[in-house]
Design a protein around this ligand. Sequence first.
Ligand code: NAI
Length: 691
Amino acid sequence: MSTADRGHWRIERDSDQILWLWADKADASANVLSSEVLRELDGHLTRIRAEAPRGLVVLSGKKSGFIAGADIKEFTRIQGEDSGYRLIHAGQAVLDRLAALPFPTVAALHGFALGGGLELALACRYRIAVGDERLTLGLPEVQLGIHPGFGGTVRSVQLIGVKAAMRLLLTGKPVRAEEALRLGLVDRLVGAEALRDEARRLILEPPPPRRAALLERMLSWTALRPWVVPSLTAQVASKVRREHYPAPYAIIDLWSRYGARGPAAFEAEARSIARLFVSETARGLIRVFLLQDRLKALAGKSAAPLERVHVIGAGVMGGDIAAWAALRGCRVSLHDSDAARIEPALARARELFEKRLRTADKVAAAVQRLSADPEGRTLAEADIVIEAIVEDLEAKRTLLQRIEPHMKPEALLATNTSSIDIGALGAGLQRAERLVGLHFFNPVAHMPLVEIVAAPASGEAAVRTASAFARTLDKLPLPCRSAPGFVVNRVLMPYLQEAMHAAAEGVPLEVIDAAAVAFGMPMGPIELADVVGLDVAAHVGAIVAQGLGRPVPDLAPLRARIAAGQLGRKSGAGFYPWQDGKAVKAPATGTAPEDLTDRLILILLNECAACLREGIAADADLIDAAVVFGTGFAPFRGGPLAYARARGVNAVVERLQGLAQRHGERFEPDAGWAGLARGAGEAQQPRTPPE
Ligand code: NAI
């Protein structure tokens, strides 16, 4: 070991002359392939080669799994294409040395092997894995706007063939044990206790190494590749646009040109990822990944475990929150003043369990954890009580005051209100410090964000506990201040309303939606209004406007449909007719007004600047995180304020001024832009991803 080594790897030699190389990154609970870890590996490989053992087994000294991937923090320090290339080329060279060892090498995996971790395993001659339900193998780089860079785009195709490899590479989705074996990604699955024995056996009696089946190899021939490329491209094009997400297109392009063969394929991989590293998309997606880590880290630990959850209100939200909490292991009781509402909620919960849990035992256990409580008997035992009844101040206040005396003194009291001030709800409580907003989004199972809303009276402990609870539920907590619409609904409303202004001016609905989708939104604002429910959108819009002292917008297209009972998806028709849960749309014909996209997006950005100025969330990064995880705002743009910075704050302000002259004062630039132009609320140093 050289003196500079921090001991990220350990090495043992046994009596069979087999070397066991343990990845065990210093001061970390999971392994990542930082430059330093790779450098140390390189030193070991040089010495190992010189030692000429009978074979080498690479395995992990961490309980959690093998290697989680590259060190994503390092990506944020890449300044230009050249430095990205150097970083990747150095990593490639280390794995090339591993692949070139002249004796059998085995990667012995458990838990996970992801990204660079799986690429390291691919550079070994054999792979075996503990075949339990934790096993997750994948190449998720595309989700960060890049692709594998340590030879993964080449070796994956060589090992499992182009079809299977492209599925891993293009979707970034991991595979589990059985599938990994079926694809040939691993040679064998074993029990944890047999991992070392099996690795030893492979070294002592090495079979011919696996490679893709002949037919699969033929597809990589120069003459056949042009026949395969169009279908791969069509698959990607049906999901994402090249200008938004260039990485999957680059992966196909690499294979199309080099057929996963020879040194040129590796070199092209390194050059391609270096280009992607400096793209806006990769910067945006890596930023979003680190924001997600920041929200996870914000949760901290709760003093007491929150095992028993009592939900009041078994409607759309209460029912789904109860189901989700039970799925995640809490014991949940569900109450409603109308007992007939509980049964359908339990039936929905069962569907969720069946969809998400793999075995009948687990479904049965989840069903057991969720119970109907029409009398409200378990209230007194709950660690957290979540109120999700109708959106009405008086009804909620009366309920909270009635239940408070029956709760455990240390229990947390939470409300899922989407628009009512938490301070107003807490007035009259004996211990208002334990009340917080726990604002889930609809549909609960799909939306990752939960706003943790604090009134001035909310105690720090309650906020911390609520955040920790959100993590228990595998959601991302976003601490914010109680103010009209909190963050997400506050910025979403002007965006939806602007779409309706455009509709009232006669811009076809499909054209409006297409403009937002072309910007990168997951769906257009008109369709989103239908999904939210036009009555809900109108109600929340009015409350937010009133709360901010603004005129309530009178939106004719919205008013007309609500009057006709067309409330959106839930009533079968809104702006669009709905069939089988899908909006029936005509093709977007007609030209969009030149300023349509900016009208939709900049009015949202303007509201973000206002939220920052008012301190609704603590900094610009948190506002970006709220809007990305709460609305799906074009993730590859890194968040609304990151987008504004990339475009230039002054340019955004000027454009808003132009829009204000043309369309009215709702576009007047907020005073918050001045702070952003000076760099206040700048992205903070990203936190280290948890290791
Ligand atoms: P919902 O109308 O589907 O359900 C409300 C339920 O509360 C009904 O089953 C009703 O019987 C029950 N209820 C009414 N008064 C009660 C009382 N005093 N005691 C016990 N149960 C009572 O409403 P939804 O949509 O589930 O909304 C619930 C809360 O969640 C509201 O505060 C709403 O603003 C909020 N929210 C709604 C979202 C949505 O998309 N629907 C999204 C995020 C928050």
